[in-house]
Design a binder for this molecule. Structure first.
Ligand SMILES: Cc1ncc(COP(=O)(O)O)c(C=O)c1O
Length: 454
């Protein structure tokens, strides 16, 4: 088709057969119009407060990222300066997370915390297996201990990499992992204990100190030393700035690895994550491959090979742009806005707060027992009319009886928008009280169901 001769309105009409691979070409304007109009009804990312992922960066950095969108990051030999930026940031994170000064910082950028968690899990599995084999012991039944509050990535890790899940269940009102009950879960086959800094469901931290002390005692009794991994997907870029004296990181000797999402409070567009090891030798050399087919010899140990350099470059910009002082002020104002929102919603009389401590800017609420005419899912649906996206979900086992409405406050929100949101939630509750709600929790797919994507 000679599209240049057509008006743009006519070009917009070009139909796409969604069942068959497109037969011929179309003009750039028609292609753009097709894809863009297809996306019109997607949520506005700025109003999507069910997500932790960054939705605002300055124009200078978005330009920089766009300029590098065609750089394949894995090609270290061709792009040594991009690679160098990553190594510098690993060093900075090791320092930010109080890694030992005499240790060689070691880690990598990943596509997100998920890849970072998988790499850390693999390192612990490899280390555990080698130690068992060296001692002439059975190395066929590794397990990992964590709380029922873990993000899905850990369940994926356990299933994909054949590690027995030992997941300590939650209880209504108790949504974190503590040392309580560890004796029923930890044994000589435990590759590591994963504890979370800023968990997905309520934003709370697991009891690092208690777990650490319990593992020390366990070692004294049994001679078995079990490392800890800290999942700092969210907390990793908040705790160092707002709570510098709080020991959640490598200051605890058992903490061997930490992950964080650069695309959450690291303030970079998706996808970037980080995993940093306490010292070089924890990342078992057996996991590293060396390739020579990109020119020169490159080590590779990430799960992905090719990836975009743009996020790594964007992350470097954010780190130098804000530094400790900037991140501290940004995180302070974000937590202040979360507290303000939380107070307004609690004062409305409809909600109870689930996270007593407000260390990261996540507001997790549940409706008060007396609210009978509607549920958290109704509130989420109703505020969607205004464009807000808030997660409503039932808590993981054994706290499934509790429903939560979760709001992830991010730095692009200001006090006015937070007040608008509070008004919209409270008005939704008033409406629902009068008219009643009909929402039922979305059904989770069982194993047997299939979908056209994996
Ligand atoms: C605690 C925790 N761990 C891991 C992840 C996975 O992170 P990503 O989405 O960066 O892969 C998340 C995401 O929400 C999370 O909250």
């Amino acid at each position: 088709m000679h599209g240049e001769k057509l008006t743009p309105y006519e070009q917009f009409q070009t139909e796409v057969d969604v069942d068959n691979f497109p037969k011929g070409e179309m003009t750039p304007r028609a292609a753009r119009a097709y894809v863009e109009s297809h996306l019109w009804t997607d949520a506005n990312p700025m109003l999507n407060l069910s997500s932790f992922v960054t939705t605002y960066m300055e124009p200078e950095v978005t330009e920089l990222m766009a300029m590098n969108a065609h750089v394949n990051y894995i090609d270290h030999d061709m792009y040594p300066k991009s690679y160098h930026l990553e190594s510098v940031m690993v060093k900075w994170l090791h320092e930010l997370w109080n890694g030992p000064k005499d240790a060689e910082p070691y880690g990598t950028a990943t596509v997100g915390s998920s890849e970072a968690c998988m790499l850390a899990g693999l390192a612990h599995k490899w280390n555990w297996r080698q130690a068992r084999e060296k001692a002439g012991k059975d190395a066929s039944r590794p397990n990992m201990v964590t709380g029922g509050n873990v993000q899905i990535v850990w369940k994926k890790f356990l299933r994909y990499f054949d590690v027995e899940p030992r997941i300590v269940p939650l209880q209504p009102g108790k949504y974190t992992l503590t040392a309580e009950q560890l004796d029923q879960y930890v044994d000589e086959n435990t590759i590591c204990v994963v504890a979370i800094a800023g968990q997905t469901f309520t934003g709370e931290d697991d009891d690092f100190k208690g777990i650490h002390a319990w593992l020390d005692e366990y070692e004294k009794k049994t001679g078995i030393s079990i490392p800890m991994h800290i999942d700092g997907a969210s907390g990793g870029f908040i705790h160092p700035f707002l709570y510098p004296d709080y020991e959640w990181d490598f200051r605890m000797p058992r903490v061997a690895s930490i992950n964080a999402s650069g695309h959450k409070y690291g303030l970079t567009y998706p996808g970037i994550g980080w995993v940093v090891f306490r010292e070089r030798q924890i990342f078992n050399e057996g996991l590293v491959f060396y390739v020579n087919y990109l020119g020169g010899e490159s080590p590779t140990a990430t799960l992905n090979f090719s990836r975009n350099a743009a996020q790594i470059i964007g992350q470097a910009y954010q780190m130098v742009r804000y530094g400790r002082e900037g991140y501290t002020r940004i995180m302070r104002l974000t937590v202040d806005n979360a507290e303000h929102l939380r107070n307004r919603l609690v004062e409305s009389g409809y909600f109870e707060i689930m996270n007593e401590t407000q260390s990261i800017p996540v507001v997790a609420l549940t409706l008060k027992k007396g609210v009978k005419k509607f549920n958290e899912f109704d509130v989420s649906f109703k505020v969607r009319e205004k464009g807000w996206v808030l997660s409503a979900y039932s808590m993981p086992p054994d706290a499934e009886s509790v429903n939560s409405l979760r709001i992830v406050v991010r730095p692009h929100l200001n006090r006015n928008s937070v007040n608008d949101l509070a008004d919209d939630i409270i008005n939704a509750c008033k409406y629902l009280e009068e008219h009643g709600g009909t929402a039922t929790p979305p059904q989770l797919h069982g194993h047997k169901k299939t979908a056209p994507k994996c």
